[in-house]
Design a protein around this ligand. Structure first.
Ligand code: GLN
Length: 194
């Protein structure tokens, strides 16, 4: 299993640490040619406008769209925004997941928070998943081929899946709980994109 972590901007190191704690080899991806041979890719949190601009500058857009047709891709926070069809404003997006997103939906940096989430699809499903939200987006619409995975108590969706594509508003790479990374590795092991 070889997982790439897009290393243009954001907290890619933390994802690599989570993967290595699971004994999984990961590579920092800075050029499109480094996507070859990967079983999956993580797009980290950071600043989605910046990452999108760098994706365009380094000619990542089409190679990443091709990758999304076959392989697993997981976007955390800014990464989830980049996977979406629509982030409510003009910016470079991959548009590979049938989700709409509202950026900074919980307010500013000081309104960042942590909360426990019910995530019955994780192994094991208990205890609840303790999630870190940092200037996080909300998934405002899940349509087409995408399905909601986790909602807050008020119903706002914070995780969605579409075949081997995964979007989370929060940052599993910032906690020692590796259940989400293990879930993504399962998606990466699925034989082909649904
Ligand atoms: N607020 C950032 C954005 O809109 C995302 C923040 C994060 O990735 N933690 O791009």
């Amino acid at each position: 299993m070889k997982i790439g972590v897009l290393a243009l901007q954001g907290d890619f190191i933390e994802h690599r640490h989570s993967l290595s704690s699971l004994g999984v080899e990961s590579v920092e991806v800075r050029l499109p040619a480094q996507l070859d041979g990967l079983d999956g890719l993580i797009i980290p949190g950071g600043e989605s406008t910046t990452i999108g601009k760098l994706m365009v500058a380094y000619q990542f857009m089409e190679p990443l769209r091709s990758l999304a047709r076959e392989k697993a891709i997981w976007g955390t926070c800014a990464g989830a925004i980049l996977l979406s069809q629509d982030a409510g404003r003009e910016q470079d997006l991959l548009k590979v997941m049938d989700i709409k997103i509202a950026r900074n939906a919980f307010g500013r940096q000081v309104n960042s928070f942590e909360t426990d989430l019910q995530a019955p699809f994780l192994e094991p499903a208990e205890p609840p998943y303790h999630a870190v939200f940092i200037r996080a987006p909300i998934i405002t619409q899940v349509f087409g081929r995408a399905e909601p995975l986790i909602a807050l108590e008020d119903g706002r969706v914070v995780a969605a899946r579409q075949g081997k594509l995964l979007a989370t508003s929060f940052h599993p790479e910032l906690t020692p709980d590796t259940r989400f990374h293990r879930y993504f590795l399962e998606l990466a092991r699925l034989p082909h994109a649904e």
